[in-house]
Design a protein around this ligand. Structure first.
Ligand code: AMP
Length: 145
């Protein structure tokens, strides 16, 4: 089966470029469309018991934050040489949901994420790669970082 639409989930960690290179290579091999996504998790903290007087935090990331993320994602696309790829910055309750919703909405057939291959406590707590894998409507490639 030839992949047609590959989604690279980009955090802005040092290793992200290496994961992106892999997504780019695969897209090139299959002649597939490539899209880049960065998720900003919604800030939604509810404080109880005595903290009611603290200012209420907004649920949605503000425009400045979204703008910064768009800029950083665009810089990453340039460094990868994938300026033609679509770039999506979305806000969602969780990174997993942001990635999976976009994958479903845009008919993605391969999601590429980085994986630290953690074990022990970190594994029990879960990782983005694990979370994405468990709800994915398509194949997921976890690139070891
Ligand atoms: P983590 O489990 O948080 O170490 O992240 C593992 C991988 O999940 C990263 O290499 C990215 O591919 C993806 N990822 C993590 N955070 C984000 C984010 N905010 N937006 C998009 N992808 C992300």
């Amino acid at each position: 089966m030839a992949y047609q639409h590959i989604l690279f989930a980009a955090d802005f960690a040092d290793e992200a470029l290496r994961v992106g290179e892999r997504a780019k290579d695969i897209a090139h091999k299959y002649g597939a469309r490539l899209s880049l996504i960065h998720v900003i998790e919604d800030v939604n903290i509810s404080l109880g018991g005595g903290y009611e007087l603290l200012p209420v935090l907004p649920d949605l990331p503000d425009e400045a934050l979204l703008g910064e993320a768009r800029k950083t994602l665009d810089e990453m696309a340039h460094r990868l040489g994938t300026e033609d790829a679509e770039q999506w910055v979305v806000s969602a309750p969780s990174t997993k949901e942001g990635i999976l919703d976009a994958a479903r909405a845009h008919g993605v057939d391969l999601i590429v994420v980085g994986s630290h291959g953690r074990h022990g406590l970190a594994l029990l707590l879960g990782s983005t790669a694990n979370a994405v894998l468990h709800g994915a409507p398509c194949d997921v490639l976890a690139v070891r970082i």
